[in-house]
Design a protein around this ligand. Structure first.
Ligand code: SGN
Ligand code: CA
Length: 532
């Protein structure tokens, strides 16, 4: 201030500075005021790990009679069930990275789980953006990206080695501090989410919560209360349970994810007494590798063994889903009881699909429908009509820009996805995706699925498996929705194959996945480092 009086130049500068300061402080207080009446929607993004459409009754699954999901279904009944949502890489960490960054794996740099390194936290993410734009933000549950979550006022994520999470007595990183909480992870994750929602509900700011259940991921351990409540009946088998992999011998026919690859631990067998350390580990994981297929007690034929393993697996998986569904119900009740339901966008999804005996598999990874397709349900009573179904082809790169659009926040140009808000609100003249893109890299661990890229259109799916084979596949989804007949060599499809290959090439240019096959293989081979 003293200098102000000395030289006219300086005083002018100081005056300007003061004016600016006053201007900004008035803006700030305006913002504060605005925040008080901030009516932008809250966003509650619920994502389970490996929960697939074939185990959600809103999608009319074959298990609905025995294991319905009434609470998850509520989101669809009171909002929209999306039937064509796909992940751009059907594996956990990479799918999560795509969702938060709005970019494909080759642009966000997070390609694989196994030796996939850490998600680069310096890049743009939608939670950080919403946080910067006045949202109060939290993430609870499975994170699985190695680096600490950024852009969250609160986080608590599974932080055991590998970050897969434990079902029982999970270890979490709680806002930077490692803690163990006694109990069952699905319940604890929901408890923590509800407690946080309760803390922020009157802050006068909209919230974003990522609520990520570890369940129903392997090793499929249900809560005690559901452990012995299984129906006695045999669970139904999916239509493709006995797939013989004809026309797909080198791809679907050459994996380590058939019923033969369930290990002793998956099947909850009791280890022989006295086994410890390495020997115990070897016994528990026996089944993981080729040549380790074992016969369950009392089974005489391979057919019996396959069915026995499927039954044990599916009942555990569905019992894990039951806890997820209960806890989704608790969270929805909390919104109701606190008058938050109307203005909260609730999404329920899984990080990819999953094989529940489909094609004779468990696990995911392939571009085939059961793992490529994601469940996606959305409710937003203030703006979206109930009882709707939606058929737009949507990719998980589109989630981030859609949330920003609903929040009225500008989407930065580097984001590769597109908002589907206008499309689902029925606005005319909306140009929408003709295809969804896919690229999977991890090989051979886990489960020996050949790296491949491809796309799905309304009618067709085309994919190129390229790591140490050179195989193209083409499916006519209208005639062959179960993808049992690869028609790439069928002369009747020659023209279509040709034009789809061209379309795919064009799409790869558009999404900037233009590396050579040798470069793609390098990604598969490269050790980017381990989590934790
Ligand atoms: C673990 C599982 C695999 C699974 C991957 C990836 N093995 O490694 O079966 O495919 O996770 O799952 S386990 O015996 O350690 O459970 S993902 O959901 O994280 O992609
Ligand atoms: Ca997963």
């Amino acid at each position: 201030m003293r200098n102000l009086l000395k030289t006219p130049g300086r005083s002018l500068f100081a005056l300007m500075a003061m004016t600016l300061l006053l201007f900004f402080s008035s803006c700030a207080s305006k913002q504060q005021k605005e925040k008080k009446n901030d009516v932008r929607p809250n966003i509650l993004f619920i994502m389970s790990d490996d929960h697939t459409t074939q185990a959600i009754s809103a999608y009319n699954d074959i298990y609905a009679k025995y294991f319905p999901t009434p609470n998850i279904d509520r989101i669809a009944d009171e909002g929209i069930r999306f039937d064509n949502v796909y992940c751009a890489n059907a594996i956990c960490g990479p799918s999560r990275a795509i969702i938060i960054s709005g970019k494909y794996s080759h642009e966000n740099g997070y390609y694989k789980n196994e030796s996939g390194g850490h998600f680069n936290p310096n890049q743009w993410t939608f939670p950080q953006e919403l946080h910067d734009d006045g949202y109060t933000t939290a993430m609870v549950g499975k994170w699985h990206l190695g680096t600490k979550p950024r852009g969250f006022d609160f986080y608590m994520y599974h932080n055991n080695p590998g970050q897969q999470g434990y079902y029982w007595n999970p270890v979490y990183d709680y806002n930077g501090k490692n803690i163990t909480i006694d109990g069952y992870a699905t319940n604890i994750t929901a408890d923590t989410a509800i407690a946080w929602l309760d803390r922020v509900k009157n802050q006068g700011k909209p919230f974003l919560m990522l609520l990520h259940f570890k369940a129903p991921h392997r090793p499929w351990q249900p809560d005690k209360k559901y452990e012995n409540m299984y129906p006695d009946e045999e669970m139904p088998y999916p239509e493709t349970f006995n797939d013989n992999y004809k026309t797909r011998e080198k791809t679907a026919g050459d994996t380590w994810m058939t019923m033969d690859f369930f290990n002793h631990k998956d099947m909850k067998l009791t280890p022989p007494e006295g086994l410890k350390g390495k020997a115990l580990h070897k016994w528990l994981t026996y089944g993981n590798k080729p040549g380790e297929a074992w016969m369950p007690p009392g089974c005489k034929t391979i057919e019996e063994a396959r069915k026995w393993k499927y039954q044990r697996f599916i009942k555990d998986y569905l019992a894990c889903v039951r806890s997820v569904d209960d806890n989704v119900g608790r969270v929805l009740d909390f919104l109701d009881e606190n008058g938050l339901a109307e203005n909260t966008i609730v999404v329920y999804t899984g990080d990819q699909g999953f094989y529940l005996g489909d094609h004779g598999f468990f696990d995911k990874r392939f571009i085939y429908e059961p793992s490529f397709r994601m469940p996606f349900l959305m409710r937003y009573p203030a703006k979206l009509k109930p009882h709707q179904t939606d058929n737009h082809l949507i990719s998980n790169v589109d989630f981030a820009p859609t949330f920003l659009d609903f929040a009225g926040v500008k989407v930065p140009p580097e984001v590769q996805g597109h908002s589907f808000k206008d499309a689902i609100e029925g606005k005319k003249e909306v140009k929408w995706n003709n295809e969804v893109y896919f690229h999977y890299y991890e090989f051979p661990f886990w489960h020996h699925v050949q790296p491949h890229y491809g796309m799905r259109t309304d009618r067709y799916k085309i994919a190129h498996f390229y790591y140490n084979i050179d195989v193209w596949e083409l499916y006519d989804m209208e005639k062959d929705p179960n993808e049992l007949n690869n028609v790439i060599d069928d002369p009747a499809y020659a023209k279509i194959a040709d034009s789809l290959k061209k379309e795919l090439k064009q799409l790869m240019i558009e999404v900037k996945d233009t590396g050579s096959l040798a470069e793609f293989r390098e990604i598969t081979d490269k050790d980017f480092g381990k989590l934790n």
